[in-house]
Write a protein that binds this ligand. Structure first.
Ligand code: CTP
Ligand code: ZN
Length: 153
């Protein structure tokens, strides 16, 4: 790739989340709990050209790896994403996200009376369906607005 094509600088150590569904980068940041105050060094590319996807988003987080729970939720909004672990400028590990059977944490149940949203030490848990997710505790189903359930607390 020539210098003219490089839009977002390479990173030395950290995680590159590539091939994110165009338009989902800000939701990916929310899943990772990254906001103006979080202190992480982060680069974001939105709707950059991609051979494979036509157009894609890309997020690079320096000095940090992702938890499996974060990757699981990420797969729901960016099913074609690739997770690249970078060390000393080299990609040392690369894998596609996989749709999990359940997701734990990160999302909150929209049911205000669900045990996971009451003042109890119960972590959220959803079964992953073909077309949405279902709270394991109260059976509430979320279909279209999964990104709206990202926990911003
Ligand atoms: N990357 C980075 N910093 C590095 C190394 C790689 O930001 N030090 C980024 C690249 O810009 C690319 C992604 O990590 O967006 C994956 O890098 P690489 O595997 O080298 O690129 P490709 O072979 O194009 O990846 P793929 O086949 O997954 O599209
Ligand atoms: Zn619930």
């Amino acid at each position: 790739m020539s210098d003219r094509e490089l839009r977002v600088s390479k990173i030395r150590d950290g995680t590159v989340i590539d091939h994110i569904t165009a338009g989902q980068a800000l939701n990916v940041l929310a899943i990772l709990g990254i906001d103006a105050d979080s202190g992480d060094a982060v680069s974001v590319g939105m709707r950059v050209p991609s051979d494979r996807l036509g157009s894609k988003d890309i997020v690079k987080v320096e000095g940090r790896e992702l938890s499996q729970d974060e990757v699981d939720v990420l797969s729901l909004i960016a099913p074609a994403a690739t997770i690249n672990i970078v060390q000393e400028f080299d990609v040392v590990k690369k894998h596609r996200v996989e749709r999990p059977e359940e997701v734990v944490g990160v999302l909150s149940c929209p049911n205000r009376h669900c045990i996971t949203t009451e003042d109890e030490p119960v972590e959220s848990r959803f079964d992953v369906l073909d077309d949405g997710i279902r709270c394991t505790y109260c059976d509430t189903i979320v279909r279209d607005a999964i990104a709206e359930q990202i926990d911003v607390a």
